[in-house]
Design a protein around this ligand. Structure first.
Ligand code: C2O
Ligand code: CU
Length: 486
C-alpha cells in the first residue's frame, strides 16, 4: 500500500503488502453483491420514509475479513431510490460511538438537510432530514461528512447510492431493471491489514489511503451474470483518493450515457472513462452471448506529475469485475441517439464570477473555518466559478446543493464526458476549469453549504469552504452553533 506523508510532504513509502498490479491475477470467484433497494413507507403526509442506521460490523470482502462500518448492515448501505417531485424523509440513526453524519452528495436540497459538518448526528441520536426531490434522473450517493473524520468513515464503509428517477425521462430507453441489467458498481480501493482496513495505521496522511486491492460493492474479484444484450452500470468512485480509468479488457467501446447529475444529451461512445473520487458515470455495455469480459482500470491519464510519477504506470492497473454473458441473452432496446435536452447555462447571465485556487490543503490560502462565510450567493442567480489547482497534487472540486456545467477546461471546450451535469470535477495542475451553476431556491443566511476537494483527506485537513444562499439584500449570519463544528 502507498501512503502520503503528513503535512503535505510527498513522503511516499511502499510497504510489504504492495502489489504491482492485480491485472491477470484476479480469479473472479464471487457473484457481485448488489446493494438492496432500501425499503420505504409512505407516511400520513405522503412523504416517502427511509431508515438508515450506522453501525459497526465485520465484513467478508471475499478471502479478506475486516472490521467495518455500514448502514443497515456490515458494509456500505442500501440504495435509496426516489422520484422527482416526491417528498422524502430519511431517519438517520447513529449506532456508532462517535459523531457521524449523512450527506446526500449531488442532491439539491435546503442547507439544513444537507448532512454536512453542520448537521452532526451524535452517538445514539436520530436525525431526520426531509426535502422534496427536484432534479433530473441521476445516480447520486450518500456518505458521512463529519469534519475531520470523513475519510475515515467513508473508508471503513459508510457509503451508499441514491438513485433519482424522473417521470420526464423515458425510462424504457435504457436498461432499467435494478440488479439485473441496471447495476450499481461502487468501486473502492482497500489496504487490508490484519483484519483491519488500515484506518488507524497512519494511512491517513495528507493524501489519504491508497489500497492495493479494489472492491466492488464490498467484494473482491466479483463477477456479474449478464442475462440481457445490454447492461447499464452505474459506476461510483467511492474511493478516498484513487482515480480510475475504466474500460474493458478487450478494448471494446461502450456508451457513456450519464454523469454525476444526470443523463447526457447524447450517448458518447468511448473505450474509457476517467473518474476521480466522488464522480459517477452511467455506462451501457453491449454483450455477445456466452462471452466474458473484464472491467479494468488502466492508469488514468490525469496530466498530473505526482500521480504519474508515484502511482501510475505498471503499478496502477486493476482488474475489477468480470461480466459473464449467458448463452442466450434477452433483447435490450438499442441505445437511443438522444437521451435528454439539457438547457445550457449562459455565462452572460452570471451575476458573479469567483475564483478558487487549490493548493496544499487550502483554498485561496485558507483552511475551512466553520464560522467563516467564503461566498454569499443570491438566490436564483447564476454564477461562474474559476477553479485552479496549483501544486501538482491530486485535487478535485465538489460543490453541494447544485449541479454545474463545465464551460471550459484550460480555455477549451470541455471533453464529451464533462458536457453533462456535474457536481465533482478533476482539477489538473494549472489548467483552469470554469464552471457555471444556478443557485436556485433554499435561501438561508444562517446555514452554509460546503465546497471542497473530494480527496477526502484533503477535505478533512481543511481544503473546504462555505457558501450561503441568501435573498437579495440579506446578510449572511451563521447560527452560533456552527462555530463549534469547524
Ligand atoms: Cu461527497 Cu461534501 O461530499
Ligand atoms: Cu485535494
Amino acid at each position: 500500500m502507498l501512503c502520503t506523508g503528513v503535512g503535505g510532504l510527498l513522503a511516499w513509502a511502499w510497504t510489504s503488502t504492495s502489489a504491482d498490479s492485480t491485472v491477470g491475477e484476479v480469479a473472479f470467484e464471487r457473484r457481485l453483491p448488489v446493494p438492496p433497494l432500501a425499503p420505504s413507507t409512505v407516511d400520513g403526509d405522503g412523504r416517502r420514509v427511509f431508515d438508515l442506521r450506522a453501525s459497526k460490523g465485520r465484513h467478508d470482502f471475499g478471502g479478506q475479513t475486516a472490521e467495518t462500518l455500514g448502514w443497515n448492515g456490515d458494509y456500505l448501505g442500501p440504495t435509496l431510490r426516489a422520484t422527482r417531485g416526491e417528498r422524502v424523509v430519511v431517519n438517520v440513526h447513529n449506532g456508532l460511538d462517535e459523531v457521524t453524519s449523512a450527506h446526500w452528495h449531488g442532491m439539491h436540497l435546503p442547507p439544513t438537510m444537507d448532512g454536512g459538518p453542520h448537521q452532526p448526528v451524535e452517538p445514539g441520536a436520530t436525525w431526520s432530514p426531509t426535502w422534496t426531490v427536484d432534479q433530473p434522473a441521476a445516480t447520486l450517493w450518500y456518505h458521512p461528512h463529519p469534519h475531520g473524520e470523513t475519510a475515515d468513515h467513508v473508508y471503513r464503509g459508510l457509503a451508499g447510492m441514491f438513485i433519482v428517477d424522473d417521470p420526464g425521462t423515458d425510462v424504457a430507453a435504457l436498461p432499467h431493471e435494478y440488479g439485473v441489467d441496471d447495476v450499481p458498481v461502487i468501486v473502492q480501493d482497500k489496504a487490508f491489514d490484519d483484519g483491519k482496513l488500515g484506518s488507524d495505521t497512519g494511512m491517513f496522511g495528507s493524501g489519504g489511503v491508497l489500497g492495493d486491492k479494489v472492491v466492488v460493492n464490498g467484494a473482491l474479484g466479483p463477477y456479474l451474470d449478464v442475462t440481457t444484450e445490454r447492461v447499464r452500470l452505474r459506476l461510483l468512485n467511492a474511493s478516498n483518493v484513487r482515480p480510475y480509468r475504466f474500460g474493458f479488457s478487450d478494448g471494446r467501446t461502450f456508451a457513456l450515457v450519464g454523469t454525476d447529475g444526470g443523463l447526457l444529451d447524447a450517448p458518447y461512445e468511448t473505450t474509457g472513462v476517467t473518474m476521480v473520487g466522488g464522480e459517477r458515470a452511467e455506462i451501457v455495455v453491449t454483450m455477445r452471448p456466452g462471452e466474458r469480459v473484464v472491467l479494468r482500470s488502466t492508469p488514468a491519464s490525469l496530466d498530473l506529475d505526482w500521480f504519474h510519477k508515484r502511482i501510475s504506470g505498471a503499478n496502477d492497473s486493476f482488474d475489477i469485475m468480470e461480466l459473464r454473458a449467458a448463452a442466450s441473452l434477452r433483447p435490450s432496446p438499442a441505445v437511443p441517439t438522444r437521451l435528454v435536452d439539457t438547457p445550457r447555462l449562459d455565462p452572460a447571465q452570471a451575476k458573479h464570477t469567483r475564483e478558487w485556487s487549490f493548493s496544499g490543503t487550502s483554498i485561496n490560502g485558507k483552511k475551512m473555518d466553520g464560522s467563516r462565510v467564503d461566498a454569499a450567493v443570491t438566490k436564483d442567480s447564476v454564477e461562474v466559478w474559476k477553479l485552479t489547482a496549483r501544486d501538482g497534487e491530486l485535487h478535485s472540486f465538489h460543490v453541494h446543493d447544485v449541479q454545474f456545467q463545465v464551460l471550459t477546461v484550460d480555455g477549451k471546450a470541455p471533453p464529451p464526458h464533462l458536457r453533462g451535469w456535474k457536481d465533482t470535477v478533476f482539477l489538473a495542475q494549472n489548467k483552469q476549469v470554469v464552471i457555471i451553476a444556478r443557485f436556485a431556491d433554499h435561501a438561508d443566511p444562517t446555514t452554509p453549504y460546503m465546497f471542497h476537494c473530494h480527496v477526502l483527506r484533503h477535505e478533512d485537513q481543511g481544503m473546504m469552504g462555505q457558501f450561503v444562499v441568501i435573498e437579495p439584500g440579506q446578510v449572511p449570519k451563521l447560527a452560533p452553533e456552527h462555530a463549534d463544528h469547524d
